[in-house]
Design a protein around this ligand. Structure first.
Ligand SMILES: *[C@@H]1O[C@H](CO)[C@@H](O)[C@H](O)[C@H]1NC(C)=O
Ligand SMILES: *[C@@H]1O[C@H](CO)[C@@H](O)[C@H](O)[C@H]1NC(C)=O
Ligand SMILES: *[C@@H]1O[C@H](CO)[C@@H](O)[C@H](O)[C@H]1NC(C)=O
Ligand SMILES: *[C@@H]1O[C@H](CO)[C@@H](O)[C@H](O)[C@H]1NC(C)=O
Ligand SMILES: *[C@@H]1O[C@H](CO)[C@@H](O)[C@H](O)[C@H]1NC(C)=O
Ligand SMILES: [Cu+2]
Length: 694
């Protein structure tokens, strides 16, 4: 009876007129329905994730093409639940039918650590006798245990404990006062926590002990700055005004802006997902990307002393870029008119939870889009650009990652990531050198070298799903100086190497050859360039993975071994380090290396392919990164190259435009509103609104 009611509830949900888009994240009601359906047959599990099981691409593509005739994909929940004795269940629940479709016990894996899992550790650590003893050794008396804090990371992988028990490593700190930054007071030992028994099972104690730092606190919050002398006073306000509102529309979760259209998804893991990305090219709606997302990341630290080798956080696969996302209502850092979207998740006990304002959508001025002056007569056209930002910020313990998906009027999609927050720090003895594996960023504070490596998943749909990837390098002509073909020796060209098979797709970055990767549709030729229409991946911050071949990180983070991997599309392949990442040994490596090894010779030409790009930066900390790190940006561009037949932004109204004949006739051209307000640029005349309409 209960089941029938659930089915009614589910079909009511999906049958209502305002039905969710098949790519919409599960709503709180859908999460509750999925939990209730699971509870019917598995009452004793707690929930790790309940997220959208995305419609299979083949069905979804048919549905997109003909929604009236193709059945709407069912709403399906993808579930990870944990039962007694740490049993992990992977399941799917069809919400339209109100029933469990699959329910499998998965052996030997650990699902990600949720915020709830993280919160518990600190209270356990403070009460543990062995931890209290270690605190005493470094100089913290038992009555000060409330001043002890920990960042309870996943353990990564520790060969002594394997994957069978769910473990966390507690990176320990101290706060002299509750408002002081704990990162100035790292403690030298590392307790290991068992999440099942909720107890400390081991403490890693270094050979060389390092006492509690005695340096004064250094803080970044406003109260601290006021106390230290106050804020600078020479900043005049900048106001962003959008008197007529915004130039985008949001229908459900589909955003339309300046000829772009895309669906904005969100999940616990990848955070923002952009799907069905299209561009209206002079009336023809052209598909460009089926799905793009940040799919994984790893932050390996470079200090060889154990247990620092365990510090290599997979922030998406081990914690979830969605789960850790900030509610931007608590301090949105976007200026102007903002449209927000919320995010819904499941809690451990199955209750739906909402993060208000998880995604921020807004426009910004983007400087000059194009400009040209005719030097003969100073006739000028200058047009300002606008960009649309779809953003989220997540906090991964000490670090903040600000993720900006940016649409540009010229057909470019940019992924910008800004790193901010606080360095991960470790204790240092007085007089001890932090070099070469770290930097003393403040007295007694050692910040270890590390990398931030992100994996972007791009499922191209360049005028259709069948695309071909090529590696493009700039090379000098082979023919020598003095030869007939290259007499002056100046010839160079863009050399394209087609990725024919998965094993050819594993390629590295080459800054000297300005290497880019092209995604093209060989079935469609650009009328002018006579080449297949395409988009290019342009990315210039692509360090190599520094942990060596055969190392733990190399084994676990297979996606980071190369700048680009290319795979044949599979619905199952979303997570390049595997579905369950915590405590994987990397033997064998999950995700990309396994998929490629399964079909190394499989053809990738003119078929449905996925491009995986690992980029990021190597961070040698410096005192300027402390006590809080000024945001450091990294950018990846997806640029149309031979996709359009001209600059697709020519119809953006200029700020100013005059023609030679207007100049000759002493008539000014069009003067746009933006620059007519600029007193410094145009003097008094412009302030009156320009003279074009005089
Ligand atoms: C995909 O985008 C196209 C073009 O914007 C739109 O017509 C179509 O309805 C979209 N499909 C879905 C399922 O969102
Ligand atoms: C600019 O913004 C500030 C604070 O948001 C407001 O007090 C002020 O009136 C605004 N000024 C103008 C010229 O709109
Ligand atoms: C942008 O889309 C509109 C239709 O909405 C179309 O008329 C216009 O030509 C498009 N602009 C470009 C540059 O393709
Ligand atoms: C163009 O502008 C420059 C700089 O203002 C000025 O020196 C020059 O005389 C102008 N040329 C013409 C043809 O107006
Ligand atoms: C894409 O290529 C596959 C073969 O790899 C073919 O079966 C399919 O029909 C093609 N799809 C389209 C939309 O052209
Ligand atoms: Cu860093």
């Amino acid at each position: 009876m209960v089941l029938e009611r659930l089915q009614q509830m589910a079909s009511h949900l999906t049958g209502q007129t305002n039905r969710p888009h098949p790519f919409d994240p599960l709503s709180t009601e859908e999460i509750a329905a999925a939990v209730a359906i699971v509870g019917q047959s598995h009452p004793d599990v707690f929930f790790n994730t309940v997220t959208l099981w995305e419609p299979r691409k083949e069905q979804m593509m048919r549905y997109v093409a003909s929604p009236e005739n193709v059945p709407r994909p069912h709403r399906v929940a993808d579930i990870v639940a944990i039962g007694r004795g740490s049993k992990v269940f992977d399941g799917t629940v069809d919400l339209d039918e109100g029933k469990i479709v699959t329910w499998d016990l998965t052996e030997g894996v650990q699902p990600l650590i949720t915020m709830e899992d993280l919160q518990i550790v600190e209270t356990v650590v403070r009460k543990d006798a062995k931890v209290i003893e270690q605190c005493g050794i470094v100089g913290i008396p038992p009555q000060d245990m409330h001043k002890v804090y920990c960042d309870p990371w996943t353990i990564g992988y520790d060969e002594r404990f394997g994957s069978g028990v769910r473990l966390q490593q507690a990176l320990m700190y101290y706060r002299p006062h509750i408002d002081d930054s704990q990162y100035t007071y790292p403690l030298d030992f590392c307790p290991i926590y068992n999440s099942d028994t909720q107890e400390i099972i081991h403490i890693d104690i270094p050979k060389v002990r390092r006492p509690l730092n005695t340096a004064p606190p250094t803080n970044y919050h406003a109260e601290a700055i006021k106390a230290a002398g106050g804020f600078r006073t020479d900043l005049k306000p900048i106001n962003i005004t959008q008197p007529e509102g915004v130039s985008f529309t949001v229908d459900g979760r589909t955003v339309k802006w300046q000829n772009w259209s895309c669906h904005i998804g969100f999940n616990y893991r990848e955070g923002i997902v952009l799907s069905n990305v299209t561009f209206n090219d002079k009336g023809t709606v052209r598909p460009i990307f089926w799905r793009i997302s940040l799919a994984e990341m790893v932050v390996p630290y470079g200090n060889p002393e154990r247990p620092h080798h365990r510090k290599h956080a997979f922030d998406l696969g081990e914690y979830g870029g969605g789960y850790m996302t900030n509610s931007l209502s608590l301090g949105c850092d976007c200026k102007g008119a903002i449209h927000y979207l919320d995010a819904a998740f499941v809690s451990r006990n199955g209750d739906p939870q909402t993060i208000k304002n998880a995604i921020c959508i807004h426009e910004e001025d983007a400087g000059i889009l194009f400009k040209h002056t005719d030097f003969r007569d100073n006739s000028t056209t200058v047009t300002r650009a606008r960009k649309l930002l779809i953003s989220q910020i997540f906090t991964a313990a000490n670090y903040e990652y600000c993720i900006y998906w940016i649409l540009h009027q010229d057909g470019t999609i940019q992924l910008e990531i800004k790193l901010t927050g606080i360095l991960n720090t470790y204790a240092l003895n007085p007089g001890e050198s932090a070099a070469p594996w770290g930097t003393e960023v403040y007295p007694g504070v050692n910040a270890h070298n590390h990398q931030h490596l992100f994996c972007l998943r791009v499922d191209p749909n360049i005028d259709g799903p069948n695309n071909t990837i090529s590696i493009v390098d700039t090379v000098a002509a082979d023919a020598p100086v003095g030869s007939e073909e290259n007499f002056y020796g100046n010839a160079f060209y863009a050399k394209k190497t087609k990725v024919e098979t998965m094993k050819d797709g594993m390629s590295d970055y080459d800054g000297a050859s300005s290497r880019t990767w092209e995604m093209a549709n060989e079935g469609k030729i650009n009328a002018y360039s006579k080449k297949p229409v395409g988009y290019k991946l342009v990315s210039r911050e692509v360090p190599k993975l520094l942990p060596k071949e055969g190392s733990l990180v190399w084994k676990r983070a297979g996606f980071a071994r190369h700048a680009v991997h290319v795979t044949k599309y599979s619905d199952e392949q979303i997570h390049p380090a595997g579905r369950h990442v915590p405590q994987t040994s990397g033997e064998p490596s999950q995700g990309l290396p396994a998929w490629i090894a399964a079909d190394p010779e499989g053809s990738l030409v003119n078929t449905d392919v996925v491009l995986w790009h690992t980029f990021g930066l190597t961070h040698f900390p410096a005192p300027e990164d402390y006590p809080v790190m000024p945001a450091e940006p990294m950018t990846v561009l997806l640029r149309p190259r031979g996709f359009f037949t001209e600059n697709p932004a020519m119809d953006v109204p200029p700020s100013y435009s005059s023609t030679p004949s207007q100049v000759a006739a002493k008539k000014q051209g069009l003067t746009g509103v933006v620059d007519s307000l600029s007193r410094l640029a145009f003097g008094g005349a412009a302030e009156k609104g320009g003279s074009n309409d005089a």
